[in-house]
Unconditional design. Structure first.
Length: 73
């Protein structure tokens, strides 16, 4: 079932959606070869690689999670 989140997601939203898909910050970090802290940094700063990995894990486009960072084209 698709999430009903509209607009920018909170970090809590991100973590909940990851969990629904069977992912954690730690597992995502391991898959990307980065630390969990690197994943958490996207709360406040951009990392296109990590943001796209999160979006892929929750089956969304990055602009749905971070519309201010990824404007629609």
């Amino acid at each position: 079932m698709a999430s009903m989140i509209h607009g920018p997601w909170t970090w809590h939203d991100v973590k909940c959606e990851l969990a629904k898909g069977g992912h954690t910050i730690r597992s995502l970090a391991a898959n990307l070869g980065v630390t969990p802290q690197a994943i958490s940094k996207v709360k406040h700063s951009r990392s296109e690689r990590i943001e796209k990995a999160i979006a892929k894990a929750v089956r969304r486009d990055p602009h749905e999670i971070w519309p201010e960072r990824y404007p629609r084209r």
